[in-house]
Design a protein around this ligand. Sequence first.
Ligand code: NDP
Length: 396
Amino acid sequence: MSKVLIIGAGGVGTVVAHKVAASPVFTEIMLASRTKSKADDIAAAVGGGRIKTARVDADSVEELTALMRAFRPDIVINVALPYQDLTIMDACLECGVNYLDTANYEPKEEAHFEYSWQWAYQDRFREAGLTAILGCGFDPGVTSIFTAYAAKHHFDEIHYLDIVDCNAGNHGMAFATNFNPEINIREVTQPGKYWENGKWVETAPHEIHKPLTYPEIGERESYLIYHEELESLVKHYPSIRRARFWMTFGQEYLTHLRVIQNIGMARIDPIVYNGVEIVPIQFLKAVLPDPKSLGEHYTGMTSIGCRIQGVKDGRERTYYIYNNCDHEKAFRETGTQAVSFTTGVPAALGAEMFARGLWKKPGVFNVEEFDPDPFMAEIGERGLPWVELFDVNLEL
Ligand code: NDP
């Protein structure tokens, strides 16, 4: 018996709304976003009068607290943008509401993301007796829970961790991003970074790459990029000697990205155009396809997992755990493609883990700090089945 407030009516919000509505644990659901009509459309698609909607500017703590005081949710699922993480956490503290998100805080004016800002809320959440669950999408999220599951059941010590993220889907567009274009382009144009022997090693963007073989997909060129879960995983698993994150990109995507950067359209600082201040990357977002619209013609699969090497009972072992998700199947169920689907399903299940008292402790926690077992037992039937392979060639 729990009341949930979902903030953000984009691709991920659509999936969260469908999944939360399908769960008997949530008795009352509200979906609030900047543009109320988008929340209304999602509520209508879910049907059954299950979802109430509201308009909220999540940059405003005042608007958020007014909404929370009126609706009185037990937990907020934040699937707006990373810029809103702190205002939503502030409002949760003011109103005594628990919190869950899928992406770490990033200031609008600086393409830089790290957990320090949200970890700084630890004492305030603990003292208020509230739970904040950070990074409960797929990556971060399921990849972190896969790592926790491996550490709990298959390894005494993890030494090498490689998170591999392949999107082998085809949406038929010359260039589009699979989630919010502004956030996506800011993320993938950053310098690369990985953890080795107790320190971070920086690379030029996309400098390190190699072909990796993905199950049911085959070989795809994979690029080392920095991804936020590396920061919390190396903190929580200090036996890790090296942790890296790989993502596949097609040549066509990389060429477009290079042009976008070279002509200044990836800039995040404001410029004045015809007397109006605009931020080039925000203008670009407005002309690129909405990630939500890609679903209808998307074919193929995503494959995301963890390749791990370490020791168990004094013996070296390798381990690969992954999920493959089909774009067309995701679209049939929720009207969105697999990238939104793989993010929204874990967010909804994470909130349910909280509501059922399984992931409930005062403070601010990354998902790997909770017991992975109840989540792993149910994520398959929610739409994201996983496969384990032992003693395989990790190619790394
Ligand atoms: P979208 O851009 O599709 O949706 C974002 C939604 O948030 C939109 O409805 C938008 O409103 C709303 N929003 C933006 N600003 C505000 C605001 N100030 N107040 C209220 N609502 C606001 O993004 P996605 O659904 O693709 O992504 C959602 C989140 O999920 C992002 O934080 C993203 O980083 C994260 N993500 C995490 C992944 C993971 O695996 N962990 C993978 C993919 C995404 P409007 O429609 O008016 O613009």
